[in-house]
Design a protein around this ligand. Sequence first.
Ligand code: AMP
Ligand code: MG
Length: 397
Amino acid sequence: MTRVADHRERIAGLLGVLPVAALPVVDCLGLALAEDLVAPIALPPFDNSAMDGYAVRAADVSATPAVLPVADDIPAGRTSLTPLEPGTAQRIMTGAPLPVGADAVVQVEWTDGGTSSVRVDRGVAAGANVRRAADDVAVGTTVLRAGTALGPAQLGLAAALGFGSLPVRRRPRVLVLSTGSELVGPGEPLAPGQIYESNGVMLAAAVREAGGEAELLRFVPDDVAEFHAAIGARLAGFDLLLTSGGVSAGAYEVVKDAFTGRGVEFTRVAMQPGGPQGAGRYQGVAVATLPGNPVSAQVSFEVFIRPALRASMGLPVVERPSVRAKLTAPLTSPAGRTQFRRGKYDPASGRVVTPVGGPGSHLLSALAVSDCLIEVPEEVTELAAGAEVVIRFLHSG
Ligand code: AMP
Ligand code: MG
């Protein structure tokens, strides 16, 4: 049997690290910055007003009330300015450039709001309500380091600095294919003995949630020729083929039959669920073959595929967050296998976790109401209520 950690490493090794590409900033959410980001301009780029009000010389409003003629009107976006003459004011809006000669802004609330002349009721200190050029970022500053995961604030900063595109590691492209002669597409009529195909939707969503791009092929029956026909010339341009079903010990194991001796190795990993696994390379494309039981497929994705996809994107964090928690109910687990039980974590009542459903790998509805996997180590066969376990969340928030 293959160790969980070894199979994980094998999948990550097959995917490797993806190349760097320049992508429009708007498409970079969740990607890793591939180079340090150095500010080509200052932020703010120019001295500007932090308030709607009047640009003045502080000395001109030190005795109040002060009445000053309003010599100009400066909306945000004005690109040419007249210098502020001593003894005058210019009406100015938030974000508008401060005219030369002004050293402060009096907020409109402290004035009568006049447009030809203004009465200032309260004085301000020099520098009041002025945002100085480079207050936030000086030209040439490294604002983000290579490897940073780009979230909304990082993308906003890049745009503020004028970047239209960013060097990032691109998203992995994953082709998803489900197998099984019993499968019927959701929305189609179901005959006795048939079930709806659910792994495809689930795994494609899992790929996208991990940050990858997924294309879902129409599922194929347990027929090697049909399997090969489905992938045929479709693999070009993909980084990973992700199949489900057809890899266990029965007859009609279509994925095993189609790939054995063709660059993909099949093994049993010491885990439950998700024992039967395959990995390799076919037509130059990485291949990971997951077992068909829906819970096995999804748990395998979490354990093997998600970390590998995220590592391939150069992301600093590839794992889901994990914490220690106390079991609210006892558990049993097979010797020699890491068990991943589904659970619901409750931080409010003392960091406890409740197992949801049994160990059966067909119990999809239990997975759907769980928020974590309870990791029971290989050597552990029994855990009492109250025992401490490691749980790994099924979400990253
Ligand atoms: P297999 O790994 O092909 O032997 O399938 C194991 C179990 O998972 C069987 O009960 C299958 O019917 C079920 N199964 C396999 N593929 C899917 C799928 N794409 N959607 C839903 N159930 C599936
Ligand atoms: Mg099958």
